[in-house]
Design a protein around this ligand. Structure first.
Ligand code: T3D
Length: 257
């Protein structure tokens, strides 16, 4: 059988590719648990500086594989707590930058996955739909947290209530993605972007993620305190010394050892 997640590492960039293209990469338990393990493995691997999550074929991820869901009672709480929630936590908790490279339709939990990256890059033909309400479920896998922070409560509610499809151009305007690349060159453009990110100071970015994520739920006072602690860690690093030397010597800094 084909692996459900393809793993490739080039120039410090670990690319994890969802690989059930015939089903628009709908998420069965195997795909969710394997992706979670691969994110944890990438986090632990010193040779990895940036993680890309993308997908094979014309879709990004159509959400829960509905072929796996029967009409009988399903223990949703248990399912979420043992599959999607650990996945989203693994993605958010790594200190390495995660790029979600949304190559096509991102629906349901697939939309949540697409929103969860630190950087979101979309192909021109990609789209997102909070499709859950079409099957009378609520948005999960973090969408109720991500989306209102991006577009506000009211827009989030409307997108969720009608399962509206957001195109790449609208996603850019709404702040659901940072860049839109042409379909034809999408994966090459993502790799080039990821390599530029991999050349940035890894320790400083890890601390930046920590500060930003804490700020999402804290006060200004909390953020100022946190910055003073984390800045010490950044300032003590070899990266900082290299940055200062490079500035003084009028050369580009080399943050990759
Ligand atoms: O704990 C829990 O389980 C709760 C967790 C819930 C998390 C969720 O994600 S709930 C939401 C589940 N997802 C959906 O409801 C999406 C269902 N799919 C669609 O609405 C549409 O397929 C799309 C909008 C995503 C794409 O539409 P389109 O027209 O581009 O493609 P299509 O023709 O509908 O689909 C192509 C194939 O993929 C098709 O198979 P076929 O007919 O060619 O053999 C279709 O059945 C299959 N497919 C698409 N989505 C799923 C799927 N197969 C299984 N599960 C899917 N989610």
């Amino acid at each position: 059988a084909q692996p459900v997640i393809l793993v490739d590492t080039r120039s410090g960039v670990r690319t994890l590719t969802l690989n059930r293209p015939d089903k628009l990469n709908a998420a069965n338990n195997d795909l969710i648990l394997t992706l979670t393990r691969e994110l944890q493995a990438a986090d632990a691997d010193d040779s990895v500086r940036v993680i890309v999550v993308t997908a094979a074929g014309r879709g990004f991820c159509a959400g829960q594989d509905l072929g796996d869901v029967s009409g009988d009672h399903v223990d949703f709480t248990h399912h979420l707590n043992t599959t999607y929630n650990p996945l989203i936590r693994a993605l958010r908790n790594t200190g390495k930058p995660v790029i979600t490279a949304v190559n096509g339709i991102a629906a349901g939990a697939g939309a949540s996955l697409g929103l969860a990256g630190d950087i979101r890059l979309w192909a021109q033909s990609a789209a997102m739909t909070q499709v859950f309400s079409n099957i009378a479920l609520i948005p999960d896998s973090g969408s109720t947290w991500f989306l209102p922070r991006l577009v506000g409560y009211h827009r989030a509610f409307e997108l969720m209530a009608f399962a509206q499809k957001v195109t790449a151009d609208d996603a850019l305007k709404l702040g659901l993605c940072e860049h839109v690349f042409p379909d034809e060159t999408f994966h090459a453009d993502v790799q080039a972007y990821a390599e530029r990110l991999a050349a940035r100071p890894a320790n400083a970015l890890k601390l930046t993620k920590q500060a930003l994520q804490a700020s999402m739920t804290g006060t200004l006072d909390d953020a100022l305190d946190q910055e003073s602690v984390l800045q010490q860690k950044a300032g003590d690093s070899w990266e900082h010394k290299e940055g200062l030397s490079a500035f003084a010597e009028k050369r580009p800094a080399n943050f990759v050892k």
